[in-house]
Design a binder for this molecule. Sequence first.
Ligand code: NAD
Length: 480
Amino acid sequence: MTDALWFDPSLMLIGGTWQSASDTLPLINPSDGSPLARIARGQVGDIDAAVQAAHTARDGDWGRLTATERGRILTEIGRRVLARVDELAELEAHDVGKPLTQARADAVALARYMEFYGGAADKVMGETIPYLDGYTVYTLREPHGVTGHIVPWNYPMQIIGRSVGAALAMGNACVLKPAEEACLTALAFAHIAREAGLPDGALNVVPGLGAEAGAALAAHPGVQHISFTGSVRTGALVQQAAGANVVPVTLELGGKSPQLVFDDADLDAALPFLVNAGIQNAGQTCSASSRILVQRGAYDAARNRMADAYEALTVGPAMDDLRVGPLISIRQKQIVDGFLARGADLTIAAQGHLQNAPDTGAYVRPTLFADVPPDHMLARDEIFGPVQVLIPFETEEEAVSIANSTDYGLVASIWTANGARQMRLAKALQAGQIFINNYGAGGGVELPFGGVGKSGHGREKGFEALYGFSTLKTVAAHHG
Ligand code: NAD
């Protein structure tokens, strides 16, 4: 691992300088439980210094750049990320336990976010508004100023790409607090961004504990926007803290996303999506599809085919690059094991198999439950592990009612050849993204993403994120 670590992971980036914190925290490799590195344990004072540095950047070199110049820097970051995809993937595999192929896809997505937002930076425009006689009215899109980014451990590169990328494109200066469980690629990204010419203080990175550095960032009065991805409980705390400063927040808080499979669905096409959306990143995905609703006529076939797919799933160390790696930590494994124990009254249709998985790693066998009542805890709560429930239904109305019956609403998909049903359900399902005869659509850097209900609010990705990371000023000029 040390070979892959081409930077000192114990440092924070504040105002263009890599500096030590007063204390450090251990990073653990979830594939075998071995110590990986020590990272900075940023404190209130470090967050304060980072926010000040970001303001200095906004008032200085970074704030003075034109949108085109900002875009060029982001595009250059993207080019450099793309050139180092394999290194980044290896870091992520060790840190998150993500199988190499999946970690590599995240690194490519990070590059793609930088390309997208690099290209978009100078294409965000205001408008002119017809108004009273003798007036010219127009709007200006302006950055918030300093934005805070609190990022979880499950997709560090993708979440940094979509939030920091969009914020920088709009001209904000960022303070990034990566997760204490996994922050190597956040640090690597900051090094690459510096090499690509990002000015001092435009991006500051302060690793640390959520209750310390994270809470300090959420509550800092010098921050003008907070973007948070993680648990509902912590998201609510972040919103409260930001609310005290009347600061807007974007919250992306996970889900219990359903796929609805009707009798007329093309099961051959659906099967890889049904399974992969549940076990990708060992199910630790905000948009994981953890509920598979199947109409009676297709139920037995779907159940049998999914069970076969589960039996073929292998689980092992990230560097072995199997379909499923370990969970992020023993703590997360205990949470998921707890859910599996709550399913003792249910039927297990199939489970995947461990392969060369050390006892010291955070492994869970992917588990498919069949015939699950829609009100069962496993059909309602976010598990954040490789666990899916199969729920039979009879009618379209029943399917919609079950799909909409959780507290969440992030993603939903509809598998049917019936065009009218596709249109009806796209409207009826409560979710921020609807997929018809697919799930996830290639990652979707360009596609606005976010939830309703306890899945959060605000939209990331695509152009929509640029609106979220900016504020609108209306100028009304009276000239007679
Ligand atoms: P978390 O929400 O506590 O942590 C996410 C981020 O928030 C981390 O960077 C953390 O340091 C920070 N944080 C923690 N407490 C904070 C506070 N008081 N103020 C500000 N920031 C704070 O999530 P977790 O404990 O790592 O995971 C627990 C559960 O959350 C998981 O089992 C899963 O259900 C959910 N989760 C969801 C996502 C997602 O993508 N939506 C990601 C990670 C975890």
